[in-house]
Design a protein around this ligand. Structure first.
Ligand code: HEC
Length: 140
């Protein structure tokens, strides 16, 4: 029993040495998305923690294995869509991303694993509808 606990502790300690890199915080980005204030508010509240260079990493993002999950989400999220780099997308890319936002904001986004912990980011149906309207995407 003692040995088992000892091994577990060792594994836990060893895990702490695997530290994926976090997305660097950028206070002001000249390429940041410009949107009406009410829309921006929703996006900041519900999306910026994975889709911007202004990520508020929680304390457990310093502890493996949680750090691996959180940092991986932010890395993949930023790769798919980065509101801090919005103006660097060309017209076609912006349209594609607006469409993807339209598609995802009703169910897939924000990630359920995220809203489970960040209750405040679980935006309402009305807020989701507002974001959808803002994308300007027309459904046939
Ligand atoms: C906890 C992290 C997290 C939050 C919060 C989050 N996302 Fe994501 N998002 C991801 C990850 C990870 C991916 C890439 C993997 C994938 O496509 O499932 C992604 C992908 C996307 C994509 C690309 C999907 C595609 O089909 O190309 C869009 C659009 C998107 N998110 C929109 C949003 C919007 C809008 C919000 C806020 C309402 C949001 N996300 C909140 C993690 C997050």
């Amino acid at each position: 029993m003692k040995l088992a606990i000892g091994i577990l502790v060792l594994v836990f300690v060893a895990m702490q040495f695997i530290r994926p890199e976090k997305i660097e915080y950028e206070k002001n980005s000249i390429s940041e998305l410009q949107a009406p204030e009410n829309i921006k508010e929703i996006l900041v509240k519900a999306c910026y923690d994975c889709h911007s260079n202004q990520i508020n990493y929680p304390w457990y993002s310093n502890i493996a294995p949680f750090s691996w999950v959180v940092i991986n989400h932010t890395k993949e999220g930023v790769r798919a869509l980065n509101f801090s780099q919005w103006e660097n997308y060309n017209y076609v890319e912006k349209q594609a991303k607006l469409k993807a936002i339209y598609r995802s904001v009703y169910s897939a986004m924000p990630l359920p694993a995220y809203t489970l912990v960040h209750i405040e980011a679980d935006i309402t149906k009305e807020e989701r509808e507002m974001v959808r309207k803002w994308t300007g995407v027309r459904v046939p």
